[in-house]
Write a new protein. Sequence first.
Length: 201
Amino acid sequence: MTDSGNVVAGKLVVISGPSGAGKSTVLAKVFGDSDLPLQWSVSATTRASRPGEVDGQDYHYLSYDAFQEKRENGDFLECFEVYGGGDWYGTLKREVTPRLQGGDWVVLEIDVEGTRAVLDHYPDAITIFVRPGDPKQLGERLRVRRTESEDQIERRLIVARREMESIGIYRHVVVNNDIDTAVSDLCRILDQYGSEAVDSP
């Protein structure tokens, strides 16, 4: 709260990285370790849910028609068809705007195209790219998950190589060779922005 009683706006945190880089694992531990008011933004998707995934928690699962209706209505902050498989992913504005206004730090886990779109609206967003130390680890991690066919994995690896070429649009890069080190590095980055918020008049 400010001295006038107004709520201080939160911060938008954008996390990207190729499939298999370990973003979700790192972020889950960051949420457990950080004292900042971090809140997940649950993305919407047209892809089918996987075993164990929960609607509204892992994703908002929408039919293709419902997704496109929201797209036409301007309900998305960003949305794209990804991996060349016909499935759409997007960030709903209702997941972001009210929380920022309420003082939360909203965390988006999105791809490079989505990041570019978000930066058009929020140029001050804290952008962090998570990558493996060895790109060869990506294919190995994707195959261990056993959630996709070999063709789907190959498409993800093609996208991953393209995303690695766009690393320069991000303010920070975290190398995930070791989960605990990556978590510590990401927390340190976020904490420096928290300190700035405390120190600002």
